[in-house]
Design a protein around this ligand. Sequence first.
Ligand SMILES: *Cc1c(COP(=O)(O)O)cnc(C)c1O
Length: 398
Amino acid sequence: MQSSGASPPRSFDSSKHTGGMKVKINIVRPLFPGIAELQEEFADCLASGMVTNNSRHVRKFEEQLQAFFSSRNPPVSFCNGEMALFHLIQAWKEKLGYGAHESFDVLVPSFTFSGTVNAIVLNNLRPVFCDIDETLTLCPRKIRKNDIPAKMIVAVGVYGNLPDIDELGKVAREKGMVLLFDNAAAFGSRYGGKFASNLGYGEIFSFHATKMFSSMEGGAAVVDEPQMVETLRHLRDFGQYEKSRGDVSIPGLNSKMQEISALVGLKNLDRIGFILESRSRRIGRYREFFMGLEKKGRLRNMVVRDNVLCTYLYYPVILEEEATDFVNYMQGMEVAVRRYYTAVHDLRYYKDKYAAMNLDVTDGIKDRIVALPLHTDMSDGEIEYLFETVTNYFGGRS
Ligand SMILES: *Cc1c(COP(=O)(O)O)cnc(C)c1O
């Protein structure tokens, strides 16, 4: 149960748990339709041979996503979130007049998933690591203060939280930068009741099995410029703008969504109201419990602005100390936790390679932050067990 690491084992009273029984809680529990719900339509796809290449269900999925987002343009689906981001950045790079071999600086938080920064680097652009504020998202104040001549900002909706979009937008306009959002983890989150795309910014989402809304693998880009929809559709199809010769206007990759993913996505979109509502009730309970621990000085919670609706992919807590003991304790009690997100500027490939602003907040939390499971269909018993386990961890501390 205790780690065999350097820190001394700490005693705790497992008898406090109901009957001393452990309850196994995985880090995520994807919500998928049963095979019976898909059988007929997928059989049709297989029989007709129409399993990919912008077929019927992909188009229908995009239509229904457009209705969900109330977006000006239909979202463009992709095989996953990272490819959606890769191509969104690529499309903007081209629109700004840069060739594939040219480059510019892109402001990005270090506190994100490696995939965000990989998508920048693989577009031959240079990431400049930026700091976050107490919302764990990009800090506009620190960006305003710097004088790096970047052409683009990629903000990230970590854990479904959103940054101060008004302020970021202002800074971006003042400095002549394009503002994009990696909202891979922020499906359903809103800012002032709106999605980033409703405010005129390009954004992407991930529908990976670990995310709150899933098509198994999948992703989409939502953009405000009709022209960019066309570019993105070409990019996911090798860059082909016509099919008779397969002529390309820009080099793309094969990053199309398959019909089976669109089918699963459609079924889950049918119950997105249930998903968001279920999460919202559980989020309320988590916030109340963890704000109580914050008041006792045990940990800190992620700040969510009043005008932000956060759908919470995981529930992050910031401990007062390095997280190894807590992680081992929780794992020992069979509650899976994740050291997520991380500081990308610290990862092996990125270390000391790219420019960085002052990263005080990022460096201050990166080894103390832990993501706890928060499933859409988590039972009361599981939630109580998770809370009790956390309470006992702190109870066992002097
Ligand atoms: C999950 C995630 C991704 C990757 O999305 P995939 O669909 O798995 O490719 C990228 N960025 C962030 C911030 C994420 O949370």
